[in-house]
Design a binder for this molecule. Sequence first.
Ligand code: SF4
Length: 155
Amino acid sequence: MFADAAEEITRRAPACWASGRCCNFKQTGHLLFVTGLEAAFTLERCGSPGRARLDAALRGGGCPFQVLNLCGVHGDKPLGCRLYFCDRASFVWQNDVYERLLGGIRSLHTRHGVEYRYGEWRGLLAQVMEHGDLGVWAGGGGGLDGGTGLTVEGV
Ligand code: SF4
């Protein structure tokens, strides 16, 4: 699914100014929604940001994996982060591509007998962190390519 997302991005070439603004949910009025598998995947691959960092992100309205204006889990970030671009020209295709690929992730839940959950990013991270035996996130940066699990609050 992530490779498919990368192909779509390459083909459509939306603009990204790597401002990191899309990762501050409070400032932008966005919320990032992910599946349980995506949250578990990021944490398994990158380690836990730790409860203190997660709480700080919740207070500040951001993502616990953002380092300055960059994504610290770039290669392992969820689908919504991969497909969201503030480039208005991308709005016409973002939702359709997201829904199609989300369907693929949903079917992974089914195929592997993992209860399907879909919720706000930091909330699902907290749930997995509570139950998982995870390493510690090293906090590295990794470039940002936008952040459509991102939805405008209230819509
Ligand atoms: S792109 Fe990275 S830093 Fe930004 S919201 Fe997604 S996981 Fe967090």
